[in-house]
Ligand binder design. Structure first.
Ligand code: GZL
Length: 367
């Protein structure tokens, strides 16, 4: 059954009372139904399911490029299950922005109750979000950000700039502790134009510029293992013997880069030729941190489905929702030589974050 009228009223109500929550990297969930009693949310979902009146949700997912993405997809599909009262229409957009816009337009034609988007890139959204608004369909954005429109009711995800700032700050403190004075860095970026790639690149570069480090090169590895391997193979040829740090913007790129460096006879990890830094902190990534192959891995938390479903339940219940919800994201290291790092985050706040030494990846991994 279409809840358009209810949703329409709620969207206008929310527009008048949106509250942005804090933006520090250690902000957990704030002011969202995710913080409300889980029972309340579960009961609401069970009531919906019991009524047989499923809530239709269209989800346009980035693709299937990484372990992180798989965890994200599984999280959303579990939260928006039929037993929880939903009819989830899922589209894997295969990292193709045109396909993603097309999927959203199809959701509008299908007259869904809600649309969830993980935007492949952060621009090019205002036209189709206006179409969603005109159709009275609330949009929730998860993970990556949309930077050219605010025509959505809520966003759940990560502060990518802070992830980059944290990685740069850790490298500064780690190199000082290890007595390494000359850093020559190669970066394997994520999918170009994604907010994750932009934030991690800009955040890390801010520290690199302040410290006078040399970034020898920074190329797109598309967040895939093949991409990481291909870029690293090229780097090993072009910059043979010139680099001592590799920054991969996700774990799957790091896995590919490790294969390429191994084939080229370049050692990486703790007390090796190259310091290896990664992002995401999936289980396989933390296993490499535990073995000392990856020096540091900065968590990006993918299990956002329950937060997104809680927002839908809040909307169904006529409650207001927070415009932003930031995930809590620990930082993992291979060695116990730094207790914590302190840096000024993207919101201008001084943040100190304890570092987590990986001793048992299986129990310490979130996904
Ligand atoms: C970040 C997410 C990125 C991950 C990659 O929030 O969008 O995309 O870091 C994934 O693993 O492919």
């Amino acid at each position: 059954m279409k809840k358009r009228l209810v949703a329409g009223m709620l969207v206008s109500l929310m527009a008048a009372s949106m509250v942005a929550c804090g933006s520090s990297s250690d902000t957990a969930t704030t002011d969202t139904a995710a913080d409300a009693g889980a029972d309340t949310q579960t009961e609401a979902a069970e009531d919906t399911a019991a009524s047989g009146d499923l809530i239709t949700v269209g989800f346009a997912q980035v693709g299937h490029e990484s372990d992180w993405r798989t965890a994200s997809t599984n999280s959303v599909q579990a939260a928006f299950s039929e037993e929880n009262g939903y009819d989830l229409q899922f589209v894997d957009c295969d990292n193709d922005s045109a396909k993603q816009i097309e999927a959203v337009r199809q959701f509008i034609q299908d007259d869904v109750d809600y649309i969830v988007i993980d935007p492949i890139v952060s621009t090019g959204w205002d036209t189709v979000l206006t179409e969603c608004e005109d159709a009275g369909i609330p949009v929730i954005v998860i993970d990556r950000t949309i930077d050219d429109s605010d025509k959505y009711v809520s966003w759940v995800g990560s502060e990518f700039m802070n992830e980059g700032l944290a990685a740069g700050t850790w490298l500064k403190d780690y190199a000082a502790a290890k007595g390494i004075t000359d850093l020559n860095i190669l970066v394997i970026e994520g999918s170009n134009g994604s907010s994750a790639q932009i934030g991690r690149t800009d955040g890390f570069k801010k520290i690199a510029d302040a410290e006078g480090w040399t970034i020898l090169d920074s190329q797109d590895g598309d967040f895939t293992q093949d991409g990481g391997q291909q870029v690293m193979e090229s780097y090993c040829k072009s910059y043979e013997g010139q680099f001592n740090v590799v920054v991969c913007q996700n774990d799957n790129e790091a896995f590919g880069a490790m294969d390429a460096m191994k084939a080229a006879g370049v050692s990486y990890g703790v007390d090796k030729d190259v310091i290896l830094i990664s992002f995401d902190a999936c289980k396989a990534g933390l296993e490499y941190v535990q073995s000392g192959d990856i020096n540091a891995d900065f968590m990006c938390y993918p299990l956002q489905g329950e937060y997104c479903a809680a927002i839908v339940q809040q909307l169904e219940a006529g409650e207001t929702v927070a415009k932003q919800t930031f995930m809590t994201e620990p930082w993992y290291v291979a060695e116990d030589i730094l207790e914590s790092i302190t840096y000024t985050n993207n919101a201008g706040e001084e943040v100190t974050e304890e570092l987590v030494v990986v001793t048992d990846a299986a129990s310490q991994a979130s996904y």
